[in-house]
Design a protein around this ligand. Structure first.
Ligand code: FES
Length: 158
């Protein structure tokens, strides 16, 4: 039987109890980039609890992802200041342009878009973070320019 990284994370925890469900899921996501259905099943078996409970907890908290992050990660702020400055328009534009699936990953497998409550840069709303870099006072046109630069960089590197 193959020992998976998730098996190792579970095995490393002494005195495993159901109270450790959330920290366990956090550690798995930190290591694996997401909490996969297989990982949820392993956790359920280890905690001797129904997988539906693990799934219920994991989906209740929006900190958990169920698909791995792609090469480029875009965090779209949906906090109040950004909302007032039309961040929804930016999110909708990204969904159309990148053909996002329900899990936030683009159809071409290159981008992941996640929404966050506040990026802590309200004075330059609306804000996104693209691969860790802040971009503020965004418009759809500026967003397209940023994405075009990413594409140009990828083309130059190919
Ligand atoms: S609400 Fe968007 S950075 Fe604070």
């Amino acid at each position: 039987m193959t020992v998976t990284p998730v098996d190792e994370i579970i095995a490393a925890r002494a005195d495993l109890t159901r109270e450790q469900l959330i920290p366990l899921l956090q550690e798995i996501q930190e290591h694996e980039g997401c909490v996969s259905p297989a990982a949820m099943l392993q956790v359920a078996q280890a905690l001797e609890t129904p997988v539906s409970r693990v799934y219920g907890v994991a989906t209740f908290y929006n900190q958990f992802r169920f698909a791995p992050l792609n090469e480029h990660v875009i965090e779209v702020c949906r906090g109040t200041a950004c909302h007032v400055k039309q961040s929804l328009t930016l999110a909708q534009h990204l969904r159309r342009r990148l053909k996002l699936r329900a899990d936030g990953n683009s159809a071409d497998g290159r981008y992941t878009v996640v929404t966050v409550a506040c990026l802590g840069a309200c004075s330059i709303a609306p804000v996104i973070k693209l691969d860790g870099e802040f971009s503020g006072h965004l418009t759809v046109e500026k967003l397209d320019t940023l994405l075009d630069e990413v594409e140009a960089g990828a083309a130059a590197a190919a």
